[in-house]
Ligand binder design. Structure first.
Ligand SMILES: Nc1ncnc2c1ncn2[C@@H]1O[C@H](COP(=O)(O)OP(=O)(O)OP(=O)(O)O)[C@@H](O)[C@H]1O
Ligand SMILES: [Mg+2]
Length: 404
């Protein structure tokens, strides 16, 4: 949480404030703490909300806003002031800096300039390089059809990550109607996605964490709404803000997608660093994988993130050979998670994660290794390809050999 920059903005012009807001909302490491349309109120807003950065758009009244900057700097010296203006008059820039502004950006605002200014302010606050945390790793888990194992994998990947005390991990259940991640974790949450998205403009980090349910594994859960109709009020914009805040708060975020591939699912995939497309090795699933890949390949923000995961590998359902499947999909299979129905049903029914219930099971080991391959040190390809015969991939190949 330490390297997130909390920002308050003041700009009497609605249109330029809105455009600044939407730029800021798209940034990972930024949390919009407050917005203000009147210079008169901004010093109080800063004093009450303690943002790291105050962005003052000075064009509506340069004289008034320069006095405001002096006031904010005097009252709230921990808040760095960043000025935005359409004017590049040297005299005005000098006066703004003398009033106490740390950065001065000219309009039209270039994202690169804004990011560089935020970076400079962030470095001044946290020290260069030190205390800097890598950005949040986001894994979206999607399925090729219903019941393919998406939630089982999302929950257990989350628990595998949460087992490392250096990680802070949250799981968001995006299956708004029928999501059951709470069942897997045997929790009765106080708050859901509906509460968080409705109150998003009022949430700060501590309130957000209190709205999430913490499982004994360390995993935080943000479950789907209780009432079906509540789901309809959750907009893509809300979710963009929820994702932004969670990314700024946690080291890892796991998104369990619905099978509807609606706008929120698409946003989740765009937000993710990796998208796991979970499938089984039967014809209906593989056909869907091909269809989905055709669509994802049209989406520049998604297409390179997809990793195919075969779940329940080894399940003898008269299915297709690996070679044939890979040919059909036209893409390498990233991981095979072995079939172990008994263990999976037990963990689901008891509401405990695999790591707790069956830490040594091949299924658990496979999911932990996959998690490490996604988020840990990158292993060279040869190392993965020459896994010992007892590893899940080895087992899967031996199953195929037996079938031939
Ligand atoms: N690797 C596995 N081996 C055996 N059974 C599994 C495995 N993974 C999942 N299952 C079982 O498959 C069933 C469906 O799993 P899960 O609920 O995770 O799928 P889903 O894709 O999230 O379903 P939905 O479409 O309803 O959201 C469960 O009974 C689960 O125990
Ligand atoms: Mg599910």
């Amino acid at each position: 949480m330490s390297n997130v920059l909390r920002i308050a903005i003041v700009d009497p012009s609605d249109s330029s404030r809105d455009s600044l807001k939407s730029t800021l909302l798209g940034l990972d490491k930024v949390w919009l703490e407050a917005e203000c349309s009147r210079y008169e109120f901004f010093a109080d807003v800063v004093a009450q909300t303690h943002p790291d950065i105050g962005i003052v758009s000075i064009d509506a009244d340069p004289e008034k806003s320069l006095r405001l900057i002096e006031q904010v700097v005097a009252n709230s010296p921990e808040c760095c002031i960043l000025v935005i203006s359409g004017s590049n008059d040297g005299n005005l820039i000098l006066r703004a800096m003398r009033a106490g502004a740390k950065e001065y950006l000219t309009k039209p605002l270039k994202l690169d300039d804004l990011l560089a200014a935020l970076e400079r302010i962030g470095e001044r606050r946290t020290g260069k390089g030190e205390n800097k945390r890598a950005s949040c790793q986001v894994i979206a888990v999607a399925g090729a059809t219903g019941g393919v194992g998406t939630t089982s994998l999302a929950v257990n990947i989350g628990c595998a990550l949460a087992a490392n005390p250096q990680n802070s991990v949250c799981l968001v259940d995006l299956d708004m109607s029928l999501g059951d991640a709470d069942v897997f974790l045997d929790t009765i949450p106080d708050y859901t996605l509906a509460d968080v998205s409705q109150n998003i403009s009022r949430l700060d980090f501590s309130l957000l964490k209190r709205s999430l349910t913490k499982h004994s594994s360390g995993l935080y859960l943000l479950p789907r709404p209780v009432q079906l109709e509540d789901a309809r009020h959750i907009t893509v914009d809300d979710m963009q803000r929820v994702f932004g805040l969670l990314k700024a708060t946690f080291s890892h975020m796991i998104l369990d997608l619905s099978k509807g591939y609606n706008e929120i699912d698409m946003l989740a995939m765009e937000t993710a660093n990796n998208v796991l497309l979970v499938t089984q090795m039967d014809l209906p699933c593989l056909r869907n994988v091909v269809r989905l890949m055709m669509s994802f390949n049209e989406q520049p923000k998604i297409k390179d993130k997809i990793k195919i995961v075969v779940n329940r590998a080894g399940l003898d359902n008269g299915s297709i050979s690996m070679k044939k499947a890979q040919e059909t999909i036209g893409k390498d299979i990233f991981w095979h998670v072995p079939n172990d129905y008994r263990t999976m049903v037990e963990v689901r029914n008891n509401g405990v994660p695999l790591l707790e219930h069956a830490p040594k099971a091949a299924l658990t080991v496979s999911i932990s290794q996959m998690t490490e391959a996604l988020c840990g040190e990158q292993k060279p390809a040869e190392e993965t390809a020459t896994k010992p015969a007892g590893s899940p991939v080895g087992k899967f190949f031996s199953f195929l050999n037996k079938k031939k």
